[in-house]
Design a protein around this ligand. Sequence first.
Ligand code: PLP
Length: 406
Amino acid sequence: MVKINENFLKLPGSYLFSEVNRRINAYTAGHPEAKIIKLSIGDVTRPLVPEVIKAMHAAVEEQGTAEGFHGYGPEQGYEFLREAIARSDYKRRGVDVLAGEIFVSDGAKSDCGNIGDIFGVDNVVAVCDPVYPVYVDTNAMAGRAGEYQEELGKWNRLIYMPCVESNGFSPEPPKEIPDIIYICSPNNPTGAVMTKDQLTVWVDYANAHGSIILYDSAYECFITSDNVPHTIFEVEGARTCAIEFRSFSKTAGFTGNRCAYTVVPMELERGGVKLNTLWNRRQTTKFNGVPYVVQRGAAAIYTEEGQKQILANIDYYRENARVIREGLTAAGLTCFGGVDAPYIWLKTPDGVGSWDFFDQVLAQANVATTPGAGFGPSGEGYIRLTAFGEAEATRTAVERVRNMFR
Ligand code: PLP
């Protein structure tokens, strides 16, 4: 009889967003007139920019001709896109990344999960708390997380690095030395970013202990502060200890088109083996590349016009973030994030629990948020608000929450 991967049975139900939706549905069932505004969504709302649409149209036309047809492409991505990424996302910032170190994929979510394939099950993994749940759950599936302790809301083999107000929501090296360290900056859910000095501490730590940093920079395009690196490879020594994940999802509205990339430097070796070679083997075996049309669309964001157009959308979300942050702060609430990130991490007033505050805001302001406790134990006492909504709805939502506190 076949044996299933029993690690899947240890996973707690995907509680967070289903519970958020259940509560929203329960509320609207009792209050059909309520017009709920969702500041809970992590998806973008602005359409694709014209430059991307133009490139994708042209690519579709090419696919309909014998000369222009593209079948299976290179699993690592087309050279035109890898070169554009190397030039625009790295060289332009004074960072050398080779096209051969860039692996184009269908999402940072997939890559963050799949990267575990190249690491042994015995590695000790450290995650931030609160955390993007994908890092935790994929390690649990692989058998790297141990047992889930319901009462603590934690896995017993994972190291949790609290990211709380007292440390500026920035992880600190734990006592037990992890082999694999997940860092997400700009952070989902706290909206915090790590400065170059803070990242340098981690890079030095990882190099000293032979650990690997898995650096998720899916929200890089929201960085505005000068002292915040746009890539971990701005930090000296990162090429021997870090893998970086980036995505076109939030940068260019590709959540529905699926395009991202992962950088594995040639110098990165463990046990005498190049991780670039392992990842290449993994990808060429299990992945057949991102559609040609999508890659052409992604490459179009690197033209001068494409850059202007995506920046206008990013500015739109940045303005939403400002409206939320400043509006709620003026109402006497304590907000973090929202400067270099599309997420605002709001401290619940008077120590109210995350889920209770979620219910209050839903009922009194008809605004949906995401309870911080759903991202890990240290998220208790916070809710997450996102800047990806429509501008007018965002302003209305902020006004409604402010009215709760007048
Ligand atoms: N990484 C983080 C931290 C995210 O919050 C998200 C999306 O919510 C992703 C990765 C997923 O990115 P993609 O759409 O490229 O799979």
